[in-house]
Design a protein around this ligand. Sequence first.
Ligand SMILES: NC(=O)c1ccc[n+]([C@@H]2O[C@H](COP(=O)([O-])OP(=O)(O)OC[C@H]3O[C@@H](n4cnc5c(N)ncnc54)[C@H](O)[C@@H]3O)[C@@H](O)[C@H]2O)c1
Length: 542
Amino acid sequence: MAREFTRVGVVGLGTMGAGIVEVFARNGVDVVAVEVSDAALERGRANLTGSTDRAVARGKLAEADRDALLGRVTFAVGLDALHSVDLVIEAVPERLDIKQRLFADLDRVCKPEAILATNTSSLSVTEIAVATTRPDQVIGMHFFNPAPVMKLVEVVRTVVTSADVVADVEALCVRLGKVDVTITDRAGFIANALLFGYLNHAIGMFEARYATREDIDAAMKLGCGLPMGPLALLDLIGLDTAYEILDTMYRRGGRDRRHSPVPLLRQMVTAGLLGRKSGRGFYTYERAGSGKLVPDELTPTAPTSTDGARAVTTVGVVGSGTLAAGLVETFTAAGYQVVPVDPAGELPRLADVDLVVEATADDLDGTKALLAGLGEVCKPGVVLATTTSALPVIDLAMASGRPADVVGLHFANPATPLVEIVRTIRTSAEATATARAVVAALGRTGVVCADRAGFIVNALLFPYLNDAVRMLEADYSTTDDIDNAMKLGCGYPTGPFELLDTVGLDVALAVQRALYRELREPGLAPAPLLEQLVTADRPFRR
Ligand SMILES: NC(=O)c1ccc[n+]([C@@H]2O[C@H](COP(=O)([O-])OP(=O)(O)OC[C@H]3O[C@@H](n4cnc5c(N)ncnc54)[C@H](O)[C@@H]3O)[C@@H](O)[C@H]2O)c1
């Protein structure tokens, strides 16, 4: 007979635990909410009431329902209060020693038939299970942040979890209004295995001053339609939790260097910069626990970013393809005087323009020759912009003979408002400021980054897509479940396989090859399945 789950326990009421309490209590389940100390219990209670009060204020929860929800929750310090619950889910820190000790204690305190669940993101559920005398009743229930909002629960069964326990927990997820994907015990499961390499890479970009935190986050929000940028998401997750997850994934997941925590992350944790929960992480918040940003010393002030910009009234657009035609329209609509030019022979018409935007094919020799020609015919002080998505901007800059005036202007996708402004190690501050001012005048959002393969968006996006292909290749999950996990667990607008089919597998393979060529990182090598599908001219979903 299926289990009832009328009363559950939640251990640890931090970022995730308080949200998990809310999920159960909202769905009519009585909850015993447990913490280590009175102070932690009060913080946990405040997390819960803060979240439910916000739901009431936003009209998502009636006051009477909030009161009923809170009425179903009993708070306690210590595990003794859990002796009669049907299921316990823990959300204590992501450390194997802490969790093993806790499970051994829960095993002693809880009734024999109770199920013990862990919300771990990356640790081995099997290793946690064997700390008890009932490993067949131990399971992973991985909720996503914020738990009351995100629909996904990854249910993790180990080699010893009983089939009836899996079935009953799956049924419970449905009762909680969640969508479950059931998977086996592998570091990072589906969503975090795909997410954390990307997050760590974004920290690396910030640490290397490749782009500002605002620009990295804006690039991924505007360029990919993600609900949050990676650094803001890390602040929401908690940097201490993120560190532990990366560290575990590195050790359990084949020592892929992309999961080795970027040194800055460790330093921030040591310095107490834990993200929203401590009031400061990559960004600064109004107070601990708040999601409201306040300006700090890294917050850009708008006027300085276009200081020194050169005046631009006439724009030459070089090229005859779709992008060039679109740019002629865009610049004209923004009030610029536009000189469209066919690269074969019309360059002298650009002698008096203030800005040249080349939008020709990504062919290194051809584009270098074009830039050399522009260097000869254009007046001094002109800004020369290339829209390349694949060529190193510095090669083109050197070919022009005036590298200080050359920038990249990568119009990521005509439908998005994002433009990546690429400065090389030779680009002058004035040329960058001019590009910023022009992009703003077009009504687009410009983000400035250094001259590296994939700029910001492609460098962060495509390795994640490639990892999804590897996960499929390893037979860990299906295209549907992987797509759903990213949409329902992380709020992505499309899943990786839907996106790969839209972008085109040949394009994805070309970008991935370029990233691999530049960085020589083994984890960036294109997935063999991706290469094979390109050869066979087949998409993932037919
Ligand atoms: N933060 C996220 O976005 C996220 C998402 C999904 C899963 N998780 C997982 O959830 C778990 C908790 O992460 P978090 O980010 O909520 O951590 P957190 O640091 O915000 O909260 C942990 C809480 O556990 C309490 N605690 C510590 N030891 C305890 C014990 N022995 N008994 C009772 N309470 C104890 C702490 O006082 C703290 O309130 C981790 O396993 C993490 O991997 C986190």
